[in-house]
Write a protein that binds this ligand. Structure first.
Ligand code: TLP
Length: 346
């Protein structure tokens, strides 16, 4: 009992649980700040310039969350009554509280994919023809890596094809790249290379990159000006936010390459647990730091509770899936231990 209370749990619920390291906290402590609503915070300016450069876009905007980044993108690219195509398991569709309908007054048109990847021909079918009674398809959203599909990487060839299709139809393309660097360290494809095939891209500092708060939205200057206005309208204008931007800059400089360790830990873990016949898992679908699996013979909630009692925290994925997410606060030793707990627990 004593151990259960005081032993540090292995927390695989999400990579959002990472805590800022001592060195990151020092960067925060030393941050130069100003009033960003006046455009005077030097650290925010530096971060936004760096992200524009890294993504090859004209400009970028520091925002509080990944959700806000996605929602500002939808707002910036659409007008009331439009339709937005996204994959059936997209974060935008499942986890953003129906914000596209609230903030942008648009409807989502979902297209089922395989491992999060939509076929261009299916998107083509979903694009509305010009009859007056149809909504106008104005935007396509992709997600890379794809969360609910289990951190799968969207092939760049597929993104390129969808972008060409979008351009042919005068439709914009946004990438929810919350974990784009997990893809990047795996494929060797840079953020800029991915971002050349979209009009806007957002990514998060507060997941595997280990910052406490913050995401970024990148796009052309006109689009970012609109997003900036809407960030203010939605109450997202921040003042001395250089405190947060310093953590994001630290994360970009120090925590990108190491994401490969998280991806490798996830793959190791997946392989280990697949040895138990009561675990259903497709190890080939583990591309990055997220592992989704199912168990036989026990309800999901009972299993989660049982693991919890053994100090292993997992989250509920989509449908009957259980989710384990690897991040910088989980060592290789803890990964080995987590796999052992599961293998012996079902
Ligand atoms: N995802 C969270 C939960 O909301 C599910 C998680 O624990 O994985 N895009 C993608 C692909 C995401 O996975 C998330 C967060 C977001 C956007 C939103 O980011 P935040 O939480 O910063 O708004």
């Amino acid at each position: 009992m004593f151990n259960q209370i005081y032993m540090k749990p292995i927390d695989l619920r999400s990579d959002t649980v990472t805590k800022p390291s001592k060195a990151m906290r020092e960067a925060i402590f030393n941050a130069e700040v100003g009033d960003d609503v006046f455009g005077e915070d030097p650290t925010v300016i530096k971060l936004q310039q760096k992200c524009a450069e890294l993504s090859g876009k004209e400009a970028s905007l520091f925002v509080t969350t990944g959700c806000l980044g996605n929602q500002l993108a939808i707002k910036g690219h659409t007008i009331q009554g439009d339709e937005v195509i996204c994959e059936s398991e997209a974060h935008i569709f499942h986890y953003e509280t129906s914000a596209p309908s609230v903030i942008s007054n648009v409807q989502l048109h979902t297209v089922p994919g395989t491992k999060g990847e939509m076929k261009p021909e299916d998107i083509k079918t979903a694009i509305r023809s010009g009859e007056y009674y149809f909504p106008k398809t104005r935007l396509i959203c992709l997600e890379n890596t794809h969360n609910r599909a289990g951190g799968t990487i969207q092939p760049i060839k597929n993104i390129k094809e969808i972008y060409s299709l979008a351009k042919e139809n005068k439709i914009k393309l946004h990438i929810d790249g919350a974990r784009i660097f997990n893809a990047s360290v795996e494929t060797g494809i840079s953020l800029k290379e991915y971002a050349q095939y979209c009009d806007s891209i957002s990514f998060c500092f507060s997941k595997g990159l280990g910052a406490p708060v913050g995401s970024i939205l990148c796009g052309d200057s006109e689009f970012i000006t609109i997003a900036h206005k809407w960030r203010k309208i939605l109450g997202g204008g921040m003042r001395q936010s250089g405190i947060l931007a310093a953590a994001a800059l630290y994360a970009l400089e120090n925590n990108v390459k190491r994401l490969k360790e998280d991806n490798d830990n996830a793959k190791y873990f997946a392989k280990e647990i697949s040895a138990n016949p009561n675990i259903i898992i497709d190890t080939d679908s583990v591309h990055t730091n997220i592992v989704v699996f199912q168990i036989k013979g026990m309800p999901k909630d009972t299993f989660l509770q049982k693991m919890n009692e053994k100090n292993l925290l997992l989250s509920s994925g989509s449908y009957s899936n259980i989710r384990a997410v690897f991040h910088l606060d989980v060592s290789k030793e803890e990964t080995i231990k987590a796999a052992e707990i599961i293998v012996n627990g079902v």
